[in-house]
Design a protein. Structure first.
Lengths: 413, 320, 228, 287, 228, 287
C-alpha cells in the first residue's frame, strides 16, 4: 500500500501479514494431511481386503484320483461325475443331495466340487495373499511344498459365482455364502418392515403432536440416549427377551413350527429393529423438522385439520428424508455383528433360511468366524465375504440415494 | 380484476338466516383421534425398549450379584476376571476398554477435526463433493471389516515395526488404532456439520476485519462450533467404549490387567461377545455375569451421552 | 405520468387532486364573470351570491390542502409527485385568493349600491376577460404539465397591467373632474386592482407549473406590486 | 393524458362537488358495519400476559392496519382472530372474538371451521409444494367444494391479479414463482375458500419494493369484497393501504403487556393522532 | 417536541427551518420599519434599499420552500412534523408577501418623489407599529407552538383595520378638499392598504400556528378584503 | 424550549445568513475529496456479467447510498470495494478500485490488508460468539494493535453509541445483545481497526424501526470521521441518511448486467432526478 502512512491512526497497528500468512499455510498443510490420512486409511483397508480375497492356493488331495478314475476327474464327462458320486457316497448322503437338488440336474462345476470335497478329500495346504502371490511366489511355493510335496498351485479368486451360490462348508475350498446372504437379506427386510413404520410414526408423534408435557420430554431424551447404547447391549436385550421370554412367538411355535428354538431371524430382526429405531426416529424427526413451519401454517390457515396437514403436506415433503435416513440406518444394521453373536445366530448352517422362524446365519457372522480361524485360507474367505458384504451395502446405499433423488425430483414438480 | 372479484362468491355475511353458532360448531373427527393414539404408541415403544433394557440387565445382574459366589465389592475393585475360578473383578475388562478407547480417541480426534476443518474451510467445493462422501463411506463400513483389517494388516504391521516379541498377535494397540480410524469419519462428519452450520456471515465478519483464513477458522469458526465438536468427541468415546467386533477380533481373549498396549487384554464388549457366542446355559453364573458387564457398559455410555447432551445444550445457550 | 405506473391508487389520487383544483378554478372563473356582471348591472343579489360562493371556495381550498397533507403523510411522494402536491398546495392558495378578489369586487358593488357607474366598464371587462382566460390557460398548463403554455400566461399579464394603468389614469382624471365621486371612483379602482391581482396570481400558478416540471422556482413576474 | 379533464371542459359541467380522496376512510356519517370484533381480549403465554384488555371492532370491507413497536403483541392479536394461537401450547385467550355475534372462543366452536372463515396470509410466502392449480384446488376440495374447480382456480387467480402471469403454467410448481407472485398465490388460495376476513401478518416484509407495491394495489382491490386486517412494521405501508389504523403499545406498568392505545381512521392517525405515543411512533420518535 | 426524540438529526433540521423563518421575518420587520421611515423622510435611497432587500427576502422564501421540500422528500414527516413543515411553507409565503408590501410602500415613496406628505403619517405609523408587533407575536407563537398567543394576534388585526378605515376616510376628505393631490393621496392610501394587508397576513400566520397544534384550519379573520 | 431563539432575539442578531439544511450535501462549490473510486469496473460471475462499466468517485466523509431494484448488483458492487468478492470462486473483477491512487486489484495487493482499511458491516448483525469486549479486541489484536486495549474498546463502543448500554457487561457474550445493539457492536468492531471506509450492506434490514433509526443517527455521527457507503433497499432510508446517492439498474440490452444510471446529491435524486428511471424508481413507479 503505497500511501499507507497517510492513514490516520494506522501507526498503532502492526499487522505483520507475512508471518500470519506463513502460519496460515503451515496449518493448511496440516489440515490437508489429516484428510489424506483418513482417505489413505480407507484405501489401505480396501487394498487389504482385495489382497486377501485373491491369491495363490496350494492344495492337495487326500485320495489319489487314480483310485477312482484313469484320467483326472476334471476331464470326466458330467454323467460320469454323477455315476462316480452315486457309486462312492453312501445312499443316505446321495438322498440328501438329491433332496437339495437332483444330481443329474446339477451343473458340472457343482458336481466337480462335490467330487473334490467328498471323494478326493481335496484340502488346502497353504494359501497366500495377493501380494505374496505376486512378489514372493517362490518362497510361498517352497513353504507349501515343504508341507506337502503333492501340493499343486493355482491362482484363485476367492469371490466366484460358486462362492455366492453354494452354502457353507467346513472346507475352505468349497465354502460359500449363499445362506449368509439370504439370511442377511431376510433379516434386513424384516427389520425395515418393523422399524420403518414404527420409527416414522414415533417421529411424527414427537414432532407434530407432542406438546411439552413431561411424558413427551422423557420420550425425547430417552430416544436420544437409546441411540448411544452400544449394540451389544441390544444383543443382550434380544437374548433375554426375544430369544428366551418370547421364545414361543419367535421360534414360531405359536404358529406350528417345531424344529427351531428362539434364535431365529425374527428374534434377530426384532433386536435389530430396536437397535435402529432411535436412529430412524431421530433421522425422521430431522426430516420433519426440515419441513418449514410456514407450510403447516399455510394448511391450517386454509382450514385443514392436523392430520390432513401432516398427511397431505408434511409427510410428502419429509418422506425423501425419512426414507433415506431410514434406509441408511437400516443398512448399517446389515453390518452389525455383535448383537447377532449375542443372540446366537448359528455360525455353521448349510440350509437356506426358510422364513422368519428359521435359524440363520448372516454375512458379518461368517466374516467374523472366518476371521478368527487361524488358517490363512479362512482369512481369504473372510476377505471375499467382506467384498460381498460391501457390495451389498453399497447397493443399499445407492438405492437409498436413488430413491431420494426420485422422490425429491417428483416433489419438485 | 374487479369483474372477476365480484363473480367470486363469498359467504354472505348479510344472510340473517344463517345459524352461525351451528356453522362454527365442532364436528366429530374420529380419524384424527385414532391416528393420534397409534402414533403415540409408536413413540411409547422407545420407553418400552429402555424399560426392557433396564429390566433385563437389572434382573439378571441382580441374580448375579446375589449369587453366593459373587461379591459386589470384589466386582468393582477386583483385578482378576476369571469366571472359571470364580474371580469376578471387572477392572481388567474396564482397563482394556479404556485403553483401546483412549488410543482410538488419540487417533480420531485430531485427524477427525483437522479433516473437518479442511473440508469445511479449505476444500474447493468440487474437492469437498468428493472427499466428504468418501469419508462417509468409511463411516458406513461394518466394524467387523475393521476388525479384519486390524488383525490382518495393522497387527502384522505393528509386529514388523516393533518386533514380534514386543507385540503380541492379539493386542490393544492394533484394536485401538483401527477403532480410531473407524471413528475418524464419524468425528469428521459431525464436526464438519458443526463447522458448516456456523453462519457464513460470521466468517465474512472476520474477513471484513482483516483476518486471515486461519485466524478466521481457528478463532471464530471453531469456538462457534465448539458445542458440536465436543458432542462429536463424546459420541466418539461412547462409540469406542461400546465397540465390540474390532476388539473381539483383534484385542485378544485373555482378561488381564495390563497397561501395555502391545499385550492382549479383553475388553468388556469383547468378553460378552466371546462368552455369549459359545453355548452357555441360561441362568448360569457365566450367563448372568454378562448382564452385569452389560449393565456396567450401559451405565458408562449412558453417562457419556448425558454429558454430551448437557454440554451441547449449555454451549447452545451461550452462543445462541 | 405517462409511464405504466405501479402506483395506480396513488396516481388516481393525484388525479382527483387535480380535478379538485380544476373544479375550484371553475368556480372562481364564474365568480369573476359574475362579479363584473354585478358591477355592470348593479345587481346586489348577484353580488351577495358571490360572497356566499366565496365561502365555498375557501372551504374547497382547505379541503385540497387537507388532501395534499394526507397524500404526503400517506404516500411519501418524492420528486415530481412531491413537487406536484406542493404546487397544488400553492395553486389552491392562489385560486382561493382569486376568489377573494372576485368577492372583493362583489363587495364593492354592495358598497356602491344602486348608483349608475361613473364610467363605462370597458377596460375592466377586458381585464376580467383577460384574467379569466389566463386562469384557464394556467390550469390547462398545469394539467398538461406544459411549461411553454405556462410561460405564455406570464407574458399575457403585461396586457392586464397595461389595462390597469389605463384604468388608474382614467379614474384619477374622473376624480379631478368631480371630487364628489371620489369614494365611488376609488371603489372602481379597487375593482381594477383586484383584477390586476388576479392576473398576477395566474402568473404565480404558471410559475408553479414550471416548478413542477423543472424542479426549480423561477419568478416570471417582478412581483405583484410593481405598479402600486 | 388525452382524457384528463381540462378547465375548459370542467367549467361546462355543473358538478362542482369535491372529489374525495379515495384513501379516505368512510367518514363518520357513513354507518359502518362490523365484520369481527374483539371484546376485552387478554392473551397469555403461560403466566406472561402478552395482550391486555384489547377491544376493537373491525369494519367490514375496510383495511385495518395494526401497527406498533416490535413485541407489542400485533401478531398475537392478529392470530387471535382465527385461533392460530391454538398451536402455541402455552397460549391462552380470555375474552371474546365475535363473528356474527358468535364468540369464536366459545366451547364447542371448531377452530378448523373458524380458520376457513377467517383466512390468513403469512409473512413469508408459503405456497404448498404443489402445482399452482393444486395450491388453490387443495384447500377448496378439503373444505368440500363441489363446483367447477377450473372456474374456481381461474377466478381466484384473477382476483389475486395473478391469472395473466400464470395462466399458461398452472401445472408448474407454486415454488417456481417469484416471491411476490408466491404471495399473490397464497392470497388466491385464501380467497378460494371464500373467507369473509383475511388476516395478513407483515405480508410484504419478505418482498422487494416492486412486489410490495403490487400486493398493496391488490389489497385495495380486495377490500371491495373482503375485510382485511394487516399487521405491518412498516408505517408507510400502513399509511398507504389502510382505512383504519390500530396503534398498539406495551403498557408502561412494568408488565409489558400489549394494549391498544389508539384506533382511528388512518387519515387521523397519520395527520393528527390523539395520543402522544401514537404521534411519537408514527413520526419515528419514541420514548 | 419536548420528548426525548430519537430523530435528533431531523429535529435539528426542523429547528434550522424555524430559524430561517425567524431570520426572514426579522428582515421583513425591519423592511416595514424602513419603509415607513422612507415615507416619512422621503428618503429615496432607503426606499431603493428596501427594494433590494425585498429581492433577498424572496430568495430566502424559495430557499425555505426548498428546505421544506427536501425535508418532506427525505424525512417522510407525518402528523405534527408534517403540519409544521406545510405551515412553514405557507408562513414563508406570507412573510414574503409582507416583504412585497413593504417594498410596495417603498415604491410609493419612489413614485411620489421628494414631495412633502399631504398629511401627517401618525395613523400609518401606528399601523406599521401594530403590524410589526403582530408579526413578532405571530412568529413567537409559532416558535412556542402557542395557540392562545396566536389567537391574540387575530384579535389585534381589528385595530389595524380600524386605523385603515380612518386613513381611508381622511384621504377621501383630502381629495375632496383638493383634487389636485389625488394621485399622491392614492399612493398614501395604497401604503395604508399594504399595511392593512400585512396585518391580515399576520393573522394567516396565526391560523397556521393553530393548525400545527390542532391539525385543522380555522379562519380567524373573515378574509383580507373585508374593507375593500 | 427555553433556548429556542424567538423573533425578538433573532432581530437583535445581525446575522441573517440562512441556515443550510444539515442533510444538504456539500454544494458544488465546496471542493470534495475522493476517498475511494471505482474506475470502469466490470464484475463477472463465471460468464455472467453482473456489473457493467461502473465508475464512481466516492467522496470522503460523506455517506453514499447505493440504491436500485433487487438483483441490479448493489451488493456485488459494494463488495468490490474491499475485495469480499474474492470469496466467491466464480467472481472476477475487471477495472480498478483506487484507494489513495493504489489499485486494490493490482497484483501483489494483500486483500487481508485491504479489508482492514475498508471495513464492512453486514446485513444480519454477526457478532462473534465471544464477549462484547473480545468482539472488539479480537481484530485489533490480530492486526497487531499496540495501544491500551481497554481504551480502544471503550472508544469504539462510545463511537458506536453503545458504551452506556453495555459498559457494565463487557464480559457478556455479544450474542446476548438485542439485534440493534448487535449491529452497533459490529460497527464498533469495525471502527476499532480504524478503517477509512465503512461499507454497509443493508445494515438495518434485519432490525426493527427503533433500532433502525438509532443506526441511522449513528451513521450521521460516524461520517464526521469515516467515509460510509451503504446499500439499501429502503429508499426512505437512502433519502434520510445519505449525502450522495448512486442509482443502479439493469441494462436493458437483455444481458441484465447492473450499471450506474445516476449518481448525484441525494437532494437532487429525491427531488429532481435527471434520469426518468431514477424518478420512477424513487417515486415507487417502475416500468
Ligand atoms: N409462542 C410464544 N411463547 C411465549 N411468548 C411469546 C410467544 N409468541 C410471542 N410471545 C411474546 O408475546 C409478546 C408479543 O409477541 P408478538 O409476536 O405478538 O409481537 P409483535 O408485535 O407481533 O412483534 P413483531 O413486530 O416483532 O412481530 C412478545 O413479548 C413475545 O415475546
Ligand atoms: N455468488 C454468485 N454467483 C453467481 N451469481 C451471483 C452471485 N451473487 C450474485 N449473483 C448475481 O449477480 C447479480 C447481482 O447480484 P447482487 O446480489 O449484487 O444484487 P443486489 O442488487 O445486491 O440485489 P439485492 O437487492 O437482492 O441484494 C444477480 O443477478 C445475482 O443473481
Ligand atoms: Mg409479529
Ligand atoms: Mg444485495
Ligand atoms: O392579497 P394581496 O393582493 O394583497 O397580495
Amino acid at each position: 500500500m503505497a500511501n499507507a502512512d497517510r492513514i490516520a491512526g494506522s501507526d498503532v497497528f502492526r499487522p505483520n501479514l507475512t508471518g500470519r500468512h506463513a502460519t496460515g499455510r503451515f496449518w493448511q498443510t496440516a489440515f490437508l494431511g489429516a484428510t489424506t490420512v483418513g482417505i489413505l486409511g480407507l484405501i489401505l483397508l480396501m487394498l487389504n481386503i482385495v489382497n486377501n480375497a485373491f491369491g495363490l492356493v496350494a492344495y492337495a488331495d487326500g485320495e489319489d484320483y487314480l483310485k477312482y478314475s484313469p484320467i483326472p476327474v476334471e476331464q470326466l464327462a458330467t454323467s460320469d461325475l454323477v455315476v462316480l458320486l452315486t457309486n462312492e457316497l453312501s445312499t443316505g448322503a446321495i438322498n440328501k443331495l438329491n433332496a437339495e437338488q437332483p444330481l443329474d440336474t446339477r451343473s458340472r462345476s457343482d458336481l466337480l466340487a462335490l467330487v473334490f470335497e467328498r471323494i478326493l478329500d481335496r484340502e488346502v495346504v497353504a494359501s497366500s495373499t495377493l501380494a505374496e502371490a505376486v512378489f514372493n511366489r517362490q518362497a510361498f511355493e517352497a513353504d507349501a511344498l515343504a508341507k506337502n510335496p503333492d501340493a499343486r498351485f493355482v491362482f484363485k479368486s476367492w469371490v466366484t459365482t460358486d462362492f455366492l451360490t453354494v452354502p457353507m462348508s467346513s472346507q475352505a475350498l468349497f465354502a460359500g455364502v449363499r445362506t449368509a446372504i439370504l439370511g442377511s437379506l431376510m433379516l434386513i427386510g424384516l427389520t425395515i418392515a418393523i422399524a420403518l413404520p414404527i420409527g416414522t410414526g414415533a417421529a411424527i408423534y414427537l414432532q407434530e403432536y407432542a406438546d411439552k408435557s413431561l411424558i413427551n420430554r422423557i420420550i425425547e431424551t430417552n430416544i436420544y440416549n437409546l441411540a448411544g447404547v452400544p449394540s451389544i447391549v441390544y444383543g443382550m436385550l434380544g437374548l433375554a427377551v426375544f430369544v428366551r421370554v418370547l421364545e414361543p412367538l419367535t421360534s414360531g411355535a405359536m404358529f406350528g413350527a417345531t424344529d427351531t428354538n428362539g434364535r431365529t431371524i425374527l428374534s434377530a430382526a426384532l433386536t435389530m429393529a430396536l437397535l435402529v429405531l432411535p436412529v430412524i426416529i431421530v433421522n425422521a424427526q430431522e426430516a420433519l423438522k426440515a419441513v418449514p413451519d410456514s407450510l403447516r401454517q399455510a394448511a391450517y390457515g386454509v382450514g385443514a385439520t392436523r392430520w390432513q396437514t401432516i398427511w397431505h403436506h408434511v409427510l410428502p415433503q419429509a418422506i425423501p428424508g425419512v426414507l433415506t435416513g431410514s434406509i441408511l440406518a437400516v443398512s448399517r444394521a446389515i453390518g452389525e455383528t455383535a448383537p447377532l453373536i449375542v443372540i446366537g445366530a448359528s455360525t455353521f448352517i448349510t440350509a437356506d433360511p426358510s422364513g422368519p422362524f428359521s435359524g440363520f446365519t448372516a454375512l458379518p457372522i461368517q466374516i467374523y468366524n472366518w476371521t478368527v480361524q487361524p488358517q490363512a485360507e479362512f482369512r481369504n474367505l473372510a476377505g471375499a465375504a467382506i467384498l460381498v458384504l460391501l457390495v451389498l451395502l453399497l447397493t443399499l446405499n445407492a438405492s437409498a440415494i436413488i430413491l431420494r433423488n426420485r422422490l425429491s425430483a417428483r416433489r419438485a414438480n | 380484476m374487479t369483474q372477476a372479484l365480484s363473480s367470486l362468491p363469498v359467504t354472505d355475511p348479510q344472510d340473517r338466516h344463517v345459524d352461525w353458532a351451528a356453522r362454527l360448531r365442532r364436528k366429530p373427527r374420529p380419524v384424527e383421534t385414532v391416528v393420534q393414539g397409534l402414533l403415540f404408541l409408536c413413540g411409547a415403544i422407545s420407553i418400552l425398549t429402555t424399560l426392557g433394557i433396564l429390566l433385563v440387565l437389572g434382573n439378571e445382574s441382580l441374580a448375579f450379584f446375589t449369587d453366593p459366589e459373587v461379591n459386589v465389592f470384589e466386582f468393582f475393585t477386583g483385578t482378576h476376571w476369571q469366571p472359571q475360578t470364580g474371580d469376578f473383578g471387572v477392572w481388567p475388562l474396564v482397563n482394556a476398554t479404556l485403553m483401546t478407547s483412549a488410543i482410538a480417541m488419540v487417533v480420531a480426534m485430531p485427524l477427525g477435526i483437522f479433516a473437518a476443518i479442511y473440508l469445511s474451510e479449505y476444500a474447493a467445493p468440487r474437492a469437498k463433493a468428493i472427499l466428504k462422501p468418501t469419508l462417509e463411506i468409511l463411516a458406513g463400513i461394518p466394524t467387523v471389516v475393521f476388525g479384519f483389517f486390524a488383525l490382518t494388516f495393522i497387527t502384522p504391521l505393528l509386529r514388523s515395526i516393533f518386533g514380534e516379541d514386543t507385540v503380541q498377535i492379539y493386542n490393544n494397540a492394533s484394536a485401538g488404532l483401527v477403532m480410531g480410524l473407524m471413528i475418524v469419519p464419524l468425528i469428521a462428519s459431525m464436526s464438519e456439520d458443526a463447522l458448516s452450520a456456523v453462519p457464513r456471515t460470521l466468517r465474512e465478519g472476520a474477513y471484513g476485519l482483516g483476518a486471515t483464513k486461519l485466524e478466521t477458522t481457528v478463532q471464530v469458526v471453531l469456538p462457534a462450533a465448539l458445542s458440536g465438536l465436543v458432542a462429536a468427541f463424546i459420541i466418539g468415546v461412547s462409540r469406542a467404549v461400546g465397540e465390540t467386533m474390532i476388539v473381539a477380533i483383534a484385542a485378544g481373549a485373555t482378561s488381564q490387567l495390563t497397561f501395555n498396549p502391545f499385550e492382549a487384554a479383553e475388553t468388556i464388549t469383547g468378553h460378552i461377545a466371546r462368552i455369549s457366542g459359545g453355548d452357555l446355559s441360561y441362568g448360569s453364573l457365566d450367563y448372568t455375569s454378562l448382564f452385569a458387564l452389560a449393565l456396567t457398559l450401559f451405565v458408562i455410555t449412558l453417562g457419556l451421552n448425558l454429558v454430551s447432551r448437557w454440554l451441547v445444550n449449555r454451549f447452545r445457550e451461550q452462543y445462541d | 405520468m405517462a409511464t405504466t405506473s405501479h402506483r395506480l391508487h396513488f396516481d388516481q389520487e393525484l388525479h382527483d387532486l387535480q380535478d379538485n383544483l380544476l373544479r375550484m378554478a371553475s368556480l372562481v372563473d364564474s365568480a369573476i364573470a359574475h362579479a363584473l356582471q354585478a358591477l355592470a348591472d348593479q345587481d346586489l343579489d348577484l353580488a351577495r351570491q358571490i360572497a356566499i360562493e366565496d365561502a365555498r371556495i375557501n372551504e374547497i381550498r382547505f379541503k385540497i390542502e387537507e388532501q395534499c397533507l394526507l397524500l404526503i403523510a400517506r404516500e411519501q411522494p418524492v420528486a415530481t409527485d412531491l413537487r406536484a402536491i406542493v404546487a397544488a398546495l400553492n395553486i389552491a392558495g392562489e385560486i382561493e385568493r382569486m376568489g377573494d378578489h372576485a368577492a372583493g369586487i362583489a363587495k364593492t358593488v354592495l358598497r356602491m349600491g344602486v348608483q349608475a357607474p361613473i364610467m363605462p366598464l370597458i377596460d375592466l371587462n377586458r381585464m376580467a376577460d383577460e384574467s379569466r382566460s389566463m386562469l384557464r390557460t394556467a390550469l390547462d398548463a398545469c394539467v398538461k404539465r406544459d411549461s411553454e403554455l405556462a410561460q405564455s400566461v406570464a407574458w399575457r399579464d403585461d396586457v392586464i397591467d397595461g389595462l390597469y394603468q389605463d384604468v388608474f389614469r382614467q379614474i384619477v382624471g374622473l376624480i379631478a373632474d368631480d371630487p364628489a365621486i371620489t369614494t365611488r371612483a376609488m371603489y372602481l379602482l379597487f375593482a381594477g386592482h383586484n383584477l390586476e391581482r388576479i392576473g398576477d396570481r395566474c402568473v404565480n400558478i404558471a410559475e408553479r407549473v414550471i416548478f413542477i416540471n423543472s424542479g426549480t422556482m423561477k419568478e416570471l413576474s417582478a412581483g405583484p406590486d410593481e405598479h402600486l | 393524458m388525452s382524457n384528463t379533464p381540462t378547465l375548459q371542459k370542467t367549467i361546462m359541467t355543473d358538478s362542482t362537488r369535491l372529489k374525495p380522496l379515495t384513501t379516505n376512510a368512510g367518514t363518520a356519517s357513513e354507518p359502518s358495519e362490523t365484520a369481527i370484533a374483539a371484546n376485552h381480549i387478554n392473551i397469555f403465554y403461560g403466566a406472561f400476559k402478552a395482550i391486555a384488555d384489547v377491544s376493537m371492532a373491525v369494519e367490514a370491507r375496510k383495511i385495518t392496519a395494526i401497527i406498533g413497536p416490535s413485541g407489542c403483541g400485533k401478531s398475537t392479536m392478529l392470530r387471535a382472530f382465527n385461533r392460530m394461537n391454538d398451536f402455541v401450547p402455552t397460549a391462552r385467550v380470555e375474552g371474546e372474538i365475535l363473528l356474527h355475534g358468535q364468540n369464536l372462543y366459545a366451547p364447542g366452536v371448531d377452530p378448523v371451521e373458524v380458520r376457513r372463515r377467517v383466512g390468513m396470509v403469512f409473512q413469508k410466502p408459503n405456497p404448498f409444494p404443489k402445482s399452482i392449480y393444486d395450491n388453490i384446488a387443495w384447500a377448496a376440495r378439503l373444505n368440500g367444494y363441489r363446483g367447477d374447480m377450473d372456474k374456481l382456480v381461474e377466478e381466484s387467480l384473477r382476483a389475486a391479479a395473478l391469472w395473466d402471469e400464470v395462466k399458461d403454467k398452472l401445472k408448474q410448481s407454486g415454488l417456481s414463482l417469484s416471491g411476490g407472485q408466491q404471495q399473490r398465490l397464497c392470497i388466491a388460495r385464501t380467497i378460494a375458500i371464500r373467507p369473509e376476513i383475511i388476516l395478513m401478518d407483515e405480508p410484504c416484509s419478505a418482498l422487494d419494493p416492486i412486489a410490495t407495491i403490487k400486493i398493496e394495489e391488490l389489497m385495495q382491490e380486495l377490500k371491495q369484497r373482503y375485510t382485511i386486517i394487516i399487521v405491518t412494521h412498516n408505517m408507510q405501508q400502513a399509511a398507504r393501504v389502510s382505512d383504519r389504523t390500530a396503534m398498539m403499545m406495551l403498557t408502561e406498568d412494568g408488565k409489558r403487556s400489549g394494549t391498544l392505545i389508539e384506533f382511528d381512521d388512518t387519515n387521523v392517525i397519520f395527520t393528527r393522532p390523539k395520543d402522544k405515543r401514537t404521534e411519537d411512533y408514527v413520526s419515528g420518535r419514541f420514548g
